[in-house]
Design a protein around this ligand. Structure first.
Ligand SMILES: [Zn+2]
Length: 116
């Protein structure tokens, strides 16, 4: 189990295991946020603590959560709660956790293929 939190510590995430790889997506939103996504089943992640604000774009299928206090993007969840996938911002994980993972470069802006 690993833990991460936003900068101020209000929003905390307990995650069943460290990621093996994370995704650096170049779509307009991900590159604006500067996040690295680690993907999990919502069953493997517990979000506790402070309140988040939600941003949704376009088709409004995904809720992007950020800490109400410090503004860090912490995770995303699907609006459809039966979807067995969510993303956690791996930038908030400890540097030694992130140092061990492979970073994949996803062309989410155009082709939805990995560029590496
Ligand atoms: Zn915070």
């Amino acid at each position: 189990m690993i833990e991460s939190s936003c900068h101020c510590g209000a929003v905390r995430l307990e995650i069943s295991r460290a990621p093996e790889e994370v995704t650096d997506c170049n779509c307009t939103l991900c590159r604006s946020y500067g996040v690295l996504w680690a993907y999990y089943s919502p069953k493997d992640v517990k979000v506790t603590g402070g309140a988040t604000d939600i941003y949704m774009r376009g088709e409004k299928k995904t809720e992007f959560h950020r800490c109400k206090n410090c503004g860090c993007v912490t995770h995303w969840t699907a609006v459809d709660k039966t979807r067995d996938r969510m993303g956690v911002n791996a930038r908030l994980m400890a540097p030694e956790v992130l140092a061990r993972v492979r970073v994949r470069h996803l062309d989410g802006f155009d082709t939805w293929k990995f560029l590496d």
